[in-house]
Design a protein around this ligand. Structure first.
Ligand code: ATP
Ligand code: MG
Length: 229
């Protein structure tokens, strides 16, 4: 399986940063890649390149044009809020069934190419695993309904262990598979990255836990890329 959902323990944890790093890694290997950010809140049409979709497009080597944004981020909202709230402010909503269908179609871009080369494909979620999408669904429901495995991005700040394990429980509850946990080092944390990894790994029932070190992220990115592709 080379399509993976990128989720996280919360907003601002590094989902987009990690997705871009993975895409650049695969492209440097000469692989075809694909990425999507289906639901995007806090979108400023005057500054499309500054959005998550803009960052993903840059990592894909593409421009943040309207057509490209429509292709990878069809549900865009202005308010920097959870999707249900951001959509409501515009008198809109995210149709969950349409979102799941779009995500499944996008993930199928990862099917084997005629060349025999698989195309690693990343779908970035929004916020954390329990961020509301509409009145009845959260991100974990989206992941489960799309039938995609996910990467859980967490941090190494004090309290991150509980956040990561709580997120794992929430995902397990709906049967979502977790390919790996990527611990994106929190700068200035009072807790060490290695200590966080050791402790977390004791509680994850064999799910690989990978470190993304701030000052040397490439080793962790390469390990994760190999696991996903
Ligand atoms: N390992 C890292 N090295 C350097 N900067 C990072 C790293 N991880 C995250 N950042 C920076 O931290 C900020 C938040 O990261 P990012 O935008 O990837 O979070 P996110 O989980 O995608 O947030 P959102 O929920 O808004 O989608 C960004 O400015 C990003 O560039
Ligand atoms: Mg993001």
């Amino acid at each position: 399986m080379s399509a993976n959902f990128i989720t996280g323990t919360g907003t601002d944890i590094g989902k987009t940063w990690l997705a871009c790093a993975l895409l650049r890694h695969w492209r440097a290997e000469g692989r075809p890649v694909a990425a999507f950010k289906p639901v995007l809140s806090g979108f400023d049409p005057q500054r499309p390149a500054a959005s998550d979709a803009g960052a993903l497009l840059a990592a894909l080597g593409r421009k943040a044009t309207s057509a490209e944004l429509d292709a990878i981020a069809p549900w865009r909202f202005a308010a920097p809020l959870a999707p249900d709230m951001a959509a409501a402010l515009e008198g809109r909503c995210v149709d969950f069934a349409e979102l799941v269908a779009y995500t499944r179609r996008s993930a199928s871009a990862s099917a084997l190419r005629p060349s025999g080369n698989s195309c690693p494909t990343l779908i970035e979620g929004v916020g954390g695993v329990m961020a509301p999408i509409d009145e009845r669904h959260t991100v974990r429901d989206w992941i489960a309904a799309a039938g995609l495995p996910c990467v859980l991005v967490s941090g190494s700040y004090l309290g991150s262990l509980s956040h990561a394990l709580t997120a794992l429980e929430a995902l397990a509850r709906v049967g979502a598979g977790v390919t790996a946990i990527a611990v994106n080092e929190t700068p200035g944390s009072s807790v060490g990255l290695d200590a966080t990894l050791e402790s977390l790994a004791r509680h994850t029932a064999g799910i690989p836990v990978l470190a993304i070190a701030r000052n040397a992220p490439q080793a962790g990115v390469a390990r994760l890329a190999a696991l996903l592709a």
